[in-house]
Structures are given as C-alpha cells and as structure tokens.
Design a protein around this ligand. Sequence first.
Ligand SMILES: [Zn+2]
Length: 208
Amino acid sequence: MPDRTDPTAQPARITRAIAAAIVDQARAGKPEEICGVLRGRGLQAFEAIAVVNVAEDRINNYEVDPKALLLQFEFEEAGDEMMGIYHSHPISEAYPSATDAWNANYPDALYFICSLEHDDAPVIRAYRMTTHFLDLDLAALQGALDFYETRPGLFAYYHTADSPIPPALTDVAAAAPPPFYVVYYQQEAGQEAEVRVVSIVEHPLQID
Ligand SMILES: [Zn+2]
C-alpha cells in the first residue's frame, strides 16, 4: 500500500537481538498472529516482551492481553516506557490493517508489524497511528465511499496518500493528512455507529 513516512523523524531503534526474537515468536506462532510490547526509552527499545494474543480470531487479528498493558506502569517506575506494541502478519504485508487502526489506542506507542509474507525474508516496520475524533456525518460518508466489512460489524475505507480527495472527505483530509482509514463499528443496521479516522504514518526504523 502506498504510505507516508515522516522524513524528519529520528529513527526508532531496535537491536538485532530484539528483531530476531520478534521474528522467532512470529514464526513459532504461525498461522496465528503473535503480539508483545517493547520496553524502552524514547525511540530506543531495550526488550521485547511476548504477550498472549487474546483475540477471538487469532488468525486474522491480535489483541494484547490487557493485563500485559499494565506492564507499562512497572516500566515507568524504572524510568522506562512502553515505547512500542508489536504483532505479526503471518501472510500479509507489514502494513496496518483496518482492524489494527481501529485498535490503535496508544497514540504514544509506535506500532511494529512483523510480516512473514515472504518466509525467508521477514520484514519489520514501525508506524505511528493517530485517531482523530471528528464530528462526521456517517450517512454522507457511506453515500460517497466504498466501505468494506473487514470483520463482522467493522466497516472500513482506506484512503491512500496519493489519491484525490473526494468532496465528502475534504474536512477529514484537512484534519488528518492521508493515508488514513475511516472505520466504524455497527453490529446491526440502524444501530448508532462510532466512526473514527485513523491516520497512518510510517516511522523510520533502524535495526542494529
Ligand atoms: Zn495487523
């Protein structure tokens, strides 16, 4: 997918040992997605901590065990941070899915994705995902955009970095430069839906 990188950003750094640990965990977990958190400071990761994926459908999704997210307080007591959250894509590219965007609840953390799309050439990439809380007219958006149901009840539209902005998205694009997902969750037709716009910016990553 065409993406946007922040060229002014200092690269995030993970050691080769951390990268290898994430790839090993991802391989061992196939065909399911695996996940974990990164302890570090600023953009430097010190340690990858594997966490149980508690998603219902672990082939297509991940959900970090909420208990593990409490680790951040332990990190903070030691002067560290939960600087990243990682998960694997066993058969797809290292790009956030609509579900990943919907679940990006930690704007201060970088989201790392390890792709095993090419078995012999694993790829790890890092992203900043920002949810924009905008006052949106869902009916108007539904009339103008092709939403797809990405999992039961979750509907998404992805706007690439280089495609023209349709009139229905003028305000959205002013607040959230593309690429972004427009996602909403609606279990039954007619039920009120929550709509989110989540912009995706790739963050440069150095593995050394
Ligand atoms: Zn994902």
